[in-house]
Design a protein around this ligand. Structure first.
Ligand SMILES: [Zn+2]
Length: 187
């Protein structure tokens, strides 16, 4: 990969990360010894973004905050995305950190990494997933709980939902499908 055309590399990863204008990849670094791949993303100068709260379009950038997300491994390389995320000025909501297209708000993982964890959690114990992807159970449970909450809130009453979400911390050795079977009423 080190000898691949940088423009072609950029295209591959832009596609994999769903990066479109005004976002673009500025740098990609493979560190063979550390088995690590870092991808830096930036936005075009003068770009404007929608307010994440009220969706007002074309808000000016106020400043930026450096962030990092774990992405799906690229072969044996642990992959991380870095970006200075803009905070925009919205007339109504004042200064707000925008939502980036490759991750949900406040997550340290890309959406694709999270999707993989949720898929694996259907069949594997969270502790096993943790070993495989080299992440702590706590961080993985944070992902799983977020998606379980989204998936079940339409049909489980709020009190039961709360009990579902309280218990995984004590049940870290079960898979999410076992966990849902235990926690949800039959019928
Ligand atoms: Zn707003």
């Amino acid at each position: 990969m080190d000898h691949m055309d940088p423009v072609y590399q950029g295209q591959i990863f832009s596609h994999a990360l769903n990066i479109h204008k005004p976002w673009y990849i500025t740098d990609i670094e493979f560190r063979r010894e550390e088995r690590r791949l870092d991808i830096w993303v930036d936005f075009e100068r003068g770009a404007r973004f929608a307010c994440p709260d009220c969706n007002k379009e074309e808000c000016h950038v106020h400043d930026t905050i450096e962030k990092e997300w774990r992405h799906l491994d690229f072969f044996q390389f642990q992959t991380y995305v870095h970006c200075r995320v803009p905070r925009v000025v919205c007339e109504k909501c004042r200064i707000r950190l925008i939502k980036v297209p490759w991750s949900r708000k406040s997550s340290g993982f890309t959406s694709m990494f999270e999707a993989m964890i949720v898929l694996m959690a259907g069949d594997m114990q969270v502790s096993q997933i943790g070993e495989k992807v080299q992440e702590t159970d706590t961080r993985l449970w944070r992902i799983i709980k977020y998606y379980v909450k989204k998936a079940v809130k339409v049909w489980i009453c709020p009190m039961l939902l709360q009990s579902v979400l309280m218990k995984p911390l004590k049940r870290k050795d079960i898979s999410i499908s076992q966990f849902l079977r235990i926690q949800t009423p039959v019928g």
